[in-house]
Design a protein around this ligand. Structure first.
Ligand SMILES: C[S@@+](CC[C@H](N)C(=O)[O-])C[C@H]1O[C@@H](n2cnc3c(N)ncnc32)[C@H](O)[C@@H]1O
Length: 199
């Protein structure tokens, strides 16, 4: 959080280490090491305007930057909402402040709770898993029955260097739960769809 405050919204070259799938991370940009890469934020925006979700669920709001990019895209669509959870109360309060002053608060429901306890009503069109890396598998499995078969699941931090999220995605694919594409970004991004119910 200190790093994000110090940077004051300035873009820096991405500094996560090079991986075989992404040998030049410095070609990407970041605000800080927690917020998704700037290019991934743009991707989130475009994905939302492309698939036009009614309900987006995000785990791990941090300071609300990805939440705001998604909300901005929902506003461009003219409908939809995002529910985002952050379990750290101090971080949650910061995100709440940022969202309150963004002009996008009507599109966002920010919750101070854990993704492993959060209850969601209805069908999820876009699920963005960006919380604590070791719990991502549990998180995706928990919400999978509620994710629309034609909807999209994104798992951030899935690079071969970070490993745990990538392994979780590949495992869920081998279990027949997901079909995955591993996007070669600096921190790694899995783009997936559930297998069950797909026609
Ligand atoms: C990588 S950051 C999220 C970045 C944010 N999505 C963005 O791109 O702007 C991960 C956040 O998840 C939070 N977190 C960790 N475990 C969580 C859980 N079980 N439920 C909700 N939030 C969690 C952390 O406190 C941290 O703020």
């Amino acid at each position: 959080m200190l790093q994000a405050e110090k940077a004051e919204g300035a873009l820096l070259p991405e500094y996560h280490r090079a991986t075989p799938e992404c040998p030049h991370p410095e070609r990407w940009h970041m605000y800080d090491s927690m917020t998704a890469e700037a290019e991934v934020l743009e991707f989130l925006y475009t994905l939302v305007t492309t698939i036009k979700p009614a309900l987006v669920v995000e785990t791990g709001s941090f300071l609300g930057v990805s939440t705001l990019w998604i909300a901005k895209a929902l506003k461009a669509n003219g409908f939809g909402r995002i529910i985002s959870c952050e379990f750290d109360p101090v971080v949650f309060a910061k995100a709440q402040e940022k969202i309150a002053s963004s002009g996008l608060a009507d599109w966002i429901e920010l919750r101070n709770e854990s993704s492993l306890e959060m209850r969601i009503e209805g069908t999820i069109d876009l699920f963005f898993s960006d919380s604590d890396m070791p719990i991502r598998e549990a998180e995706v499995k928990r919400f999978l029955p509620q994710i629309r078969p034609t909807g999209i699941i994104l798992m951030h931090d899935a690079s071969s260097h970070l490993k745990v999220v990538r392994d979780a995605a590949v495992k869920m694919e081998s279990e027949g739960l997901l079909s995955c594409i591993l996007l070669p970004t600096p921190r790694g991004l899995v783009l997936a769809q559930r297998r069950e119910g797909r026609s």
